[in-house]
Design a protein around this ligand. Structure first.
Ligand code: XCC
Ligand code: SF4
Length: 623
């Protein structure tokens, strides 16, 4: 691959300046390593390389169409895809389990470091799942709720609890296909089992179980993560925040939190607000302690607490290149191991907190339920002590931050609508809002950073399509100034009218990646209200710049839930016509939705627009 021009790597000023600084100072980034890795292995790209037993590894070609065991390209591609999304479902769901364990520790008195911040939501969810709450103590109810959620991970249920939210027609489809999600760990284990040598050797059958595994993620693992996080840390409500590298402060101790789970970062936030620690920072010559987020941990803190966001996936290395970061505290997922090396080019220390995500070269400060507060203080003290080691002459904070509005949980959306979804549904019926699209997911250095994320959103709102953003897309759309009520000037007339009247932006930030479960729930609520299936709605999902197993799992549960799903680049399945055909067409007949792959945001907007028109027409709604 030829060396790319910085202007072709990213659309952002802050990224360009930091890429130039990295180049000048000889610091390697993901873009450099992509160059070294290109061209990628064709067998891997096509998904026709199998490494699941030691009669192999086998790779399928014209000359050798079968693996040693006799598996063909369809079987191998399907198995690889199944294991790929299984990894993603496991990531989201294990995060969900950690949240349940935290709530359980609160309920049983095992920890005093965490508490229930949204009691009303606790009781609401308990009621929704059908158990008695009248006159009971909240800790008691929480204990029962965690028991129910723990069971959602296991093997004893015929279906996960939150299937109570799924429209009847959708449940029927899943039942007929045999893909009703039963238990999170069960589906994940079965996926691994099926893809062992000599088990599921029928590609469509494997793909169906991939769908089931991902449904267990979306409607259980991720949904539980979201709901329990709201109970523990508060249900998000609209608030202002700031984004981009300009949120770092050159005269303060800068701490970045990165990863996914709010359990660690919420405690760090408490510690940075501790007057004693602020005093200590001042004694060391800093003007205060500044906390900012990255990726999904950043989303969690921004949604609930308005903590600024320094950047998304491809900005994580570049945030350290500013030279202004004392420590980067991580929990798990999407954390590039290179952050240790980039940090070592400066005084920046990486601190790991989860035993399941250690990084060689980082310092490990183990966070457990009973010691969250103490460990957070320890981390903040370490950051303060490192401030003196900073080489101020190498510090460059490249831009001014951009304002955004965040905090649109479903509860907040309903409140903004005046108490029910009816005004939104009426606006959809009237064609003022033609449809709703969730733009979610990551960055990928193969694509120009945030080009597709931003332009797709811009195109859609022009077409009167309401956009819901989560994950790393949020930062992109925030930086593009699409997350402010004033951004409605960029929307079509209908969307302008509705969002203007409500005082909300045309792009709503609904959370982190596990919070895509909020979007599933909204779709289900609208479908139930209209008495139709989710696949009948004028809605779509898109992950324009995705990279991760988790993003593929999200895409898979989206289409399996009946939502047309656009991807900016294909998963590694193109080596099998059977699997590719299923993904882009065949599943449409089975689950009423499929994948569409299109790297160009303008063409993608047309595809999504056409789909929405089709669905509107089928519902008898005018354009
Ligand atoms: Fe990771 Fe969630 Fe993707 Fe961002 S969006 S790169 S998965 S942090 Ni989830
Ligand atoms: Fe090769 Fe079959 Fe073993 Fe895969 S399972 S490595 S195709 S022999």
């Amino acid at each position: 691959m030829e060396k790319r021009n910085i202007d072709d790597m990213t659309i952002w000023e802050d990224a360009k300046k930091m890429l130039a600084k990295a180049e000048k100072e000889g610091i390697e980034t993901a873009w450099d390593r992509l160059e070294q890795q290109t061209p990628h292995c064709k067998f891997g790209e096509q998904g026709v390389c199998c490494r699941i037993c030691v009669m192999g590894p086998c790779r399928i070609s014209k000359k050798a169409p079968l693996g040693v065991c006799g598996a063909d390209k369809d079987v191998i591609v399907a198995r690889n895809f199944g294991r790929f999304v299984c990894g993603g479902a496991a990531g989201h769901s294990d995060h969900g389990r950690d949240c349940v364990e935290a709530l359980h520790a609160v309920a049983t008195g095992e920890t005093k470091d965490y508490s229930i911040r949204d009691e009303a939501k606790l009781f609401r969810i308990a009621g929704e799942l059908g158990f008695e709450t009248e006159g009971r103590a909240s800790l008691d109810v929480a204990k029962d709720l965690t028991d129910i959620f723990f069971e959602d991970f296991g093997s004893r249920k015929k279906e996960v609890s939150f299937l109570c939210r799924v429209p009847e027609k959708r449940k029927e489809i899943w039942k007929n296909l045999g893909i009703t999600p039963r238990g999170v760990d069960r589906e994940i284990t079965e996926m691994m089992h099926r893809t062992h040598m000599g088990c599921d050797n029928d590609a469509p059958n494997t793909i169906l179980h991939s769908a089931r595994t991902c449904l267990a993620d979306g409607w259980a693992g991720s949904m539980i993560a979201t709901e329990v996080s709201d109970i523990l840390f508060g249900t998000p409500s609209p608030r202002k925040a700031k984004v981009n590298l300009g949120v770092l402060k050159d005269d303060q101790v800068n701490i970045l939190v990165h990863g996914h789970n709010p359990i660690v970062s919420e405690k760090i936030l408490e510690a940075v607000n501790d007057p004693e620690l602020i005093e200590r920072a001042k004694e060391k010559g800093a003007n205060g302690i500044n906390l900012a987020g990255l990726c999904c941990t950043g989303n969690e803190l921004m949604m609930r607490q308005g903590i600024p966001m320094a950047g998304n996936h491809l900005m994580t290395e570049l945030a350290l290149v500013t030279g202004a970061v004392e420590v980067i505290v991580v929990d798990y997922q999407c954390i590039m191991p290179s952050l240790v090396q980039v940090g070592n080019c400066f005084h920046t220390k990486m601190i790991t907190t989860a035993d399941k995500a250690k990084f060689t070269g980082a310092e490990h400060v183990r966070f457990e339920m009973h010691n969250g507060k103490e460990q957070a203080r320890k981390v903040v003290k370490m950051a303060i002590d490192r401030f003196a080691m900073r080489d101020q002459s190498r510090v460059e904070i490249p831009v001014e931050p951009v304002d955004i509005t965040t905090g649109f949980s479903n509860e907040a959306i309903i409140e903004a609508l005046g108490g029910s979804l009816t005004p939104l549904i009426d606006a959809i019926k009237a064609g003022k809002i033609r449809g709703i699209v969730g733009i979610v997911g990551c960055n990928n250095p193969k694509l120009k950073h945030d080009h597709c994320n931003v332009n797709l959103a811009k195109e859609l709102i022009k077409k009167d399509i309401l956009v819901l953003a989560t994950g790393c897309v949020t930062t992109a759309l925030g930086k593009a100034e699409l997350l402010m009520p004033e951004s409605i000037s960029q929307a079509g007339p209908g969307l302008q009218e509705i969002c203007g009247a409500l005082g909300i932006p045309p792009v709503l930030h609904v959370g982190s990646c596990v919070d895509n479960a909020r979007i599933l729930q909204v779709c289900a609520l609208i479908a139930n209200e209209l008495g139709v299936d989710i696949s009948d709605l004028p809605v779509a999902a898109s992950s324009p710049e995705w990279y991760s197993e988790k993003a593929a799992a999200i895409g898979t549960y989206a289409f399996a839930s009946g939502i047309y799903t656009h991807l900016g680049l294909p998963p590694n399945i193109l080596g099998s016509e059977t699997v590719t055909g299923l993904a882009v067409q065949g599943l449409e007949d089975l689950v009423g939705a499929c994948f569409a792959v299109e790297p160009d945001p303008f063409k993608a907007a047309e595809l999504i627009d056409a789909r929405i028109s089709l669905k509107r027409k089928a519902l008898g709604l005018s354009e």
